[in-house]
Structures are given as C-alpha cells and as structure tokens.
Design a protein around this ligand. Structure first.
Ligand SMILES: [Zn+2]
Length: 279
C-alpha cells in the first residue's frame, strides 16, 4: 500500500477502470466492494479505515445469521432472483435479500433489528407507454391526453423504502415486483378510462386503503366483464369464429384481472412489512 500505489487501499489488488470505486483516500477493487453491504452507497466519504471497520462488521454479521431463524419470507417465489423480506419473530430481526430463502445465508445479507427501523414507505411508480413489452420504455415526453387512453399500456413498479439507523447505510430500498406490471385498461362504451392513478408514496393507513381500493377496482372490473359477456353472447350469432373470439377475450380478461390482483398483493405485502416494523 505504497503512497503512489494505484492498487486497492485494502488489498493492493488491481483496480479496474469501471469495476472499482473511489473513496476519500484511494480506490477500492471489485473484490473488496463485494465484501461490503449491498446497501452501502456512500463511497465518497468512506476511508480505508471505515472500509476495514465495515468489513469486520460484515464478518460479525455472518455470526448473527447463524442464529437467525426464518419465521416467514415475504416475496415473489416464482422468480428465483426476486427480493425476499425474511424475518425472525423471536429475535426481532430481518434481512432483505435476493434469491430463495433456502440459501439466503450464503449471501450474507445484513441482519437488521426491528428497533433500528425509523420509517417504512412504499413508492409506486406509474408510467404509460405505447408498447406493452416488459422492457419497452415509458413515454415521458408529454402528459397523456384523453384520446390516447385507449391505445396505451400502463406500467407499475413498487419500491419499498425501509429507513434505518445503521452505521453504514440509512436506507434499504428494494423493488418488490420482479417484472414491471404492464396492463391495458379496457375502454367501456364512451367512457375514457386511464390507469390506476396511484403514483406516489404511501405508509401507515394509506397502504391499507390503497390495497382496499385496488381490490375494489379488481372486483368492479370482474363484474363489468361479466356484464359485458352476457351482452356479447346475446348479440353474437354462435358460429365457431365467435367462440374462438370469446375464448381469446376470456384469456385477456383473466390476465388483466390477475395483474390487478398482483398490484394489490404488492401493496398488501408492503402493508404487512409496515405493520411488523413500524406499528
Ligand atoms: Zn481490494
């Protein structure tokens, strides 16, 4: 660790141009960065000394994990990289970690005490765009106009912010959904209908009432779809093409209702976490 060394301040290893980070008194290599907390971001103010302290803390964290027992893991189980909120009710501790609960200890997620939590809120990001693909970009060029409602897709992402009193980071923020929820709102008659209109941040009772509203929307939509079907069946002559059309419609309707249900599930999960940590 010579004065003019270009290597990592901790291990003197090679510092790649894009993989390394600058700290106040030198550079950190990719390997050493991977030893730090995934929630740690303030490299600018870190020093070789504070990094060494954090590494010692990360070693102690492994010991804490040995005792940690899963009460529940809340998250999406369908995708194996999805984020999980896992807690130990008796020890009043939790971790937030990517990947399945069976192997989460291998990833050394930071163990947080419930009483280190100072606040929890859900941030919902709602965008609209012309295309309905998972990775299609949202349209950010202008406010949506009424005449566009029928053609666009609405996109939803859910970020949970857990504010903590911790020596190396002050927030755990993670995306609760794995895939962006993308849905098209069916237009009914002459009514212009836009998205769920839920951009914003929510906590406490707001979470509960948001979840209730979305569930109400879901059951309202289910009712309207049923009414629509009765009308359609009465109007349509029953030939084979019509039956196929109706089946496709059924499938699309079910997918749409399922997406609303998913949205409600993310909010309900946020509400459970809020109640566990803050209430
Ligand atoms: Zn290093």
């Amino acid at each position: 660790m010579g004065l003019f060394s270009k290597g990592c301040v901790i291990c003197d290893g090679k510092c790649g141009l894009t993989s390394s980070k600058s700290i106040a008194d030198g550079k950190l290599c990719e390997n050493c960065i991977s030893e730090l907390s995934p929630w740690f971001t303030d490299f600018k103010h870190a020093t070789a000394e504070s990094i060494e302290e954090q590494m010692a803390y990360r070693e102690e964290n492994k010991e804490k994990l040995d005792d940690f027992e899963i009460t529940k893991a809340w998250g999406i189980k369908k995708y194996k990289e999805a984020m999980q909120f896992i807690y130990d009710k008796d020890r009043k501790q939790f971790v937030v970690v990517s990947g399945p609960e069976e192997t989460f200890k291998e990833r050394n997620p930071d163990v947080i005490d419930f009483d280190q939590v100072t606040d929890v809120f859900l941030e919902v990001i709602e965008h609209w765009g012309e295309k309905g693909g998972q990775y299609d970009p949202p349209n950010l060029t202008h406010q949506i106009r009424q005449e566009e409602y029928k053609d666009v897709f609405w996109r939803y992402d859910f970020y949970l912010h857990i504010k903590v009193d911790h020596p190396y980071f002050d927030e755990i923020c993670y995306k609760m959904n794995w895939k962006t929820t993308v849905l098209k709102v069916p237009q009914r008659g002459i009514m212009f209908r836009r998205g769920l209109e839920m951009s914003g941040t929510y906590k406490g009772e707001e979470l509960e009432s948001l979840a209730e509203n979305i569930e109400k929307t879901g059951s309202g939509e289910r009712r309207m779809i049923k009414v629509g079907k009765v009308v359609d069946t009465a109007l349509l002559k029953k030939n084979d093409d019509d039956v196929v059309d109706l089946l496709i419609e059924d499938y699309k309707d079910e997918k749409y209702l399922k997406k609303i249900e998913n949205v409600a599930n993310h909010i309900k999960r946020a509400d459970r976490i809020y109640k566990l940590l803050v209430d």
